[in-house]
Design a protein around this ligand. Structure first.
Ligand code: ZN
Length: 446
């Protein structure tokens, strides 16, 4: 880890980490950090990582590399079930190398990539190729999702069994709603047989129509076509009912509105096997942002009203929300500088998500740190049926080290994503990851 430079250091930057003594270390120690995982607060310890696994606490003995984590929080690396990494075919926006580097810089050790690429990830060979290439990069782990329908056309189902055998962990047409309810039913029946998770993009297409922002007071004032919260609520209800009917595990992605969340809550309480995701942008931005006519705020589902944001924030402490997924959706600056009506939907946020949520929710008192971590660790792991990430011996050595104190402004030039723009440029945030270890090796060092 480089010592902080004048340009990037906050006034009270501290604990610059020592660089490792070897590049490819097999036994590593993170010294003196404050350890916390989903089992609770573990106190201050030296954490030893060996051969890709957590070895134990305070063991001593020779190491190949050491990092000073004094004054820093050491916790399992985050899991993101929802990121658009754009490879294959849209590498001008993002690719595996930039996307997985950005993920590690954001504290994420595992990323589920979406299938709406070019070509679409609808064949086993594409899944296998993505995994092989990501492993050569040695950044965050890639667990690809595969498409539900061939070409995301919503007509014929892909071969879920073959896609799973190739390494796909989730089935989703995310980016495009599955309009045909019968196709959704057959997808859920097939996924239930295989134990695969289906992720939805729940917006009813004919209600959403040409909406470019939330339908409401602001869209009327601005004269922009609106996309009503009903489009979300109706489709969430359908997707949840099909989950109940078929027994499939259905992950309701990026729930953005109060109405939507109320439907999701009802579905869960009535026994539908659904899980619920919210995104960092729907927790921190409102439709008033669109008053600038800046497409940087154009996202699907759209940014909602301040009342919706408040409702989502309050719900974080209850049981309805299982996970925070980034829905990191990078585009080129040229695309995001088009006219608002023509610009593509999506916000890039992998690198700022934790710092943003820690600063705006935890430090401002809406949410406890423990719960925020849960929504990025045990929450998403539970959705997928993966083991809860832990700092105990034998767990994967996927660990992130967070500086919760030093304030630093978001600087586009320092972002590792190809999308060096976004709604939070210039904002002073705290909670920056300084180091992310994946398989026991440094995937990111600040
Ligand atoms: Zn989506």
């Amino acid at each position: 880890m480089k010592p902080p430079t004048k340009a990037s250091a906050g006034a009270s930057a501290k604990s610059p980490m020592k660089p490792p003594t070897k590049a490819s270390a097999s036994r590593v120690v993170l010294r003196g950090g404050h350890l916390r995982d989903g089992s609770g607060d573990l106190g201050q310890h030296d954490l030893y990582l060996k051969d890709g696994l957590i070895e134990g606490l305070d063991l001593g003995g020779a190491v190949d590399a050491e990092y000073d984590a004094d004054g820093l929080l050491v916790t399992p690396a985050f899991l993101d079930l929802h990121a658009h990494l754009r490879e294959p075919g849209q590498e001008v926006k993002e690719d595996l190398a930039s996307g997985l580097a950005a993920a590690a810089a954001g504290g994420f050790g595992t990323v589920v990539s979406m299938a709406n690429t070019s070509p679409v990830v609808d064949e086993p060979g594409i899944v296998a190729d993505l995994i092989a290439r990501s492993e050569r990069l040695a950044l965050a782990r890639l667990r690809p999702a595969a498409a539900l329908s061939h070409g995301l056309r919503g007509e014929t189902l892909t071969d879920f069994a073959a896609l799973r055998a190739a390494g796909a962990v989730m089935i989703t047409d995310d980016g495009i709603p599955v309009a045909d309810s019968h196709l959704m039913r057959r997808a859920c029946e097939y996924a239930a047989e295989l134990g695969l998770v289906i992720q939805t993009h729940s917006e009813e297409p004919s209600l959403r129509a040409g909406g470019v922002m939330n339908e409401g007071e602001v869209s009327l004032r601005l004269g922009l076509p609106g996309n009503p919260d009903s489009a979300e609520a109706v489709m969430l209800f359908r997707d949840g009912e099909i989950a109940r009917l078929t027994g499939a595990r259905v992950h309701l992605a990026h729930v953005s509105s109060r109405r939507g969340l109320e439907v999701a809550d009802w579905l869960k309480r009535s026994g539908a096997p659904v899980s619920v995701e919210v995104t960092p942008h729907h927790l921190t931005l409102t439709d008033e942002s669109l008053a600038t006519f800046d497409p940087i705020y154009k996202v699907a589902p759209p940014l909602r009203t301040a009342a919706d944001v408040d409702y989502l924030r309050q719900a974080l402490t209850g049981g309805v929300i299982d996970a925070i997924g980034t829905d990191h959706a990078p585009h080129t600056l040229a695309e995001k500088e088009r006219d608002l009506l023509d610009a593509p939907f999506g916000i890039a946020n992998l690198e700022v998500s934790f710092a943003l949520l820690y600063t705006r929710l935890v430090r401002e008192g809406t949410l406890g740190l423990e719960r925020l971590l849960e929504l990025l660790q045990d929450g998403p792991a539970g959705v997928m049926g993966w083991p809860s990430p832990r700092l105990s011996p034998g767990s994967a050595a996927d660990v992130t080290v967070l500086d919760l104190e030093t304030a630093r402004a978001v600087d586009g030039r320092q972002l590792l994503s190809k999308a060096k723009h976004g709604p939070w440029l210039g904002e002073e945030l705290r909670g920056w990851p300084l180091l992310t270890m994946v398989r026991g090796a440094a995937a990111y060092r600040r």
